[in-house]
Design a protein around this ligand. Structure first.
Ligand code: APR
Ligand code: ZN
Length: 363
């Protein structure tokens, strides 16, 4: 008999999130039970909730979480009850072709935990963990490889953001785009991911750093995190970016929305020969079009990027160093702290702030 814990459950795509009890098994071999401290509400949770992204249901959403190890299963080394950890929603197997060729973020088994039930609802129905993590719950059970250890002095509300938004946004700039000092960067979309990309651009020494978002209230925070200019999207966007970036357009555009029009806008804001990095996740029905001349003529590189092309085992410690050295802001990304019962409402508020973070009461 495992633990009964409150969780925000999605039963049908497009349906509400309802807080109900789930029954977690004891951690099996290689597994860990984690008591959540905090979980951020990410746009991918909204995309799963509304069916833009697909995963088996019913599911406990939430994948940007930090907490403490509550119990470990057989054969788990290096983790003990009480240890602070941040969850990795795409743990690499370290054995497949991608893992053995230096691209663990593309691991072919990274989504294994999304595909099998991990717990039960009170009525015995099997339930899945959103992106394999199920972090909109007081506790979860994950593979030990989904737990990235944290130093003991890190505030866990802020640390939760290392599990998705910050790893993804900073990683897009550092690992995927590989921005160099003095290069120009435009970041399209200033949510938790985009604001992290702005910070990544500052960390990389980029200049100028142009943030783009229709919500004007984002400008102050974006500037504080490193944007040198903040503009609103619209038909004149690529001309405006050209003006700000040497008359050429940006060396790098980082797309952090996930819609056809913003992917197009990112492409058009990139200079000839520059690089467009797409971080946003759209739906399979959304089409982006390019005319047959422009691809060669502009000679831009259009690249996708998944989970910041990061290896959390390597990149999380690096981000922790940046945070401790005062180079990386985390608290500023936490717009509000909310109880689990507000998870569904927070999905509806996505886009207005940086991050809503669910905070779990101490047991
Ligand atoms: N141009 C620029 N920004 C836009 C536009 C637009 N046309 N439309 C919306 N935005 C802005 C929103 O105002 C918001 O600030 O994009 C931002 C999206 O932020 P969030 O909803 O907080 O999303 P976030 O969690 O940051 O994720 C962004 O990355 O990982 C993926 O699935 C995720 O596709 C999503 C993207
Ligand atoms: Zn996310």
């Amino acid at each position: 008999m495992g633990a009964r814990v409150p969780a925000a459950v999605l039963r049908t795509a497009g349906g509400p999130l309802q807080v109900e009890e789930v029954v977690l098994p004891e951690p099996g071999p290689g597994q860990v039970r984690v008591r959540m401290a905090a979980t951020g509400v990410c746009h991918s949770d909204l995309s799963l909730a509304n069916g833009t992204m697909v995963q088996p249901l019913p599911a406990v959403l939430g994948h940007e979480g930090a907490g403490r190890v509550a119990a470990v299963g057989e054969g788990v080394a290096g983790l003990a009850p009480g240890d602070p950890v941040v969850l990795n929603w795409a743990p690499a197997c370290r054995a497949c072709w991608w893992c053995t060729h230096g691209e663990p973020w593309l691991c072919e088994r990274a989504n294994q935990a999304w595909q099998r039930p991990y717990a039960q609802l009170a009525d015995g129905t099997e339930v899945y963990a959103g992106l394999g993590t199920g972090a909109f719950a007081a506790e979860t059970v994950v593979g030990a490889d989904a737990c990235v250890p944290l130093p003991g002095d890190l505030p866990l509300v802020e640390a939760a953001l290392l599990g998705c938004a910050v790893l993804t946004g900073v990683g897009a700039v550092r690992n995927a785009a590989r921005v160099r000092p003095g290069e120009s960067v435009v970041v399209i979309g200033l949510g938790g991911v985009g604001l992290s990309a702005v910070q990544g651009a500052r960390l990389a020494g980029a200049d100028p750093i142009i943030g783009v978002d229709p919500v004007e209230a984002k400008a102050d925070l974006a500037r504080r995190l490193g944007a040198t200019h903040v503009v609103t999207p619209g038909p004149g966007l690529s001309r405006r970016v050209r003006e700000l970036a040497g008359g050429r357009g940006a060396d790098h555009a980082i797309e952090c929305v996930g819609r056809p029009e913003t992917i197009r806008a990112a492409w058009s804001a990139t200079r000839r020969g520059g690089r467009t990095t797409v971080v946003g996740l759209g739906g399979t029905g959304d089409k982006v079009t390019f005319n047959a001349l422009e691809v060669a003529h502009f000679a831009r590189t259009l690249a996708g990027c998944l989970y910041g092309n990061a290896d959390p085992a390597v990149d999380v410690p690096r981000l922790v160093d940046d945070y401790r050295a005062g180079r990386l802001e985390l608290a500023a990304l936490v717009t509000e702290q909310i109880p689990l019962a507000e998870a569904g409402a927070a999905l509806g508020r996505l886009g207005t702030g940086a991050r809503s973070v669910i905070v779990f009461p101490d047991p």
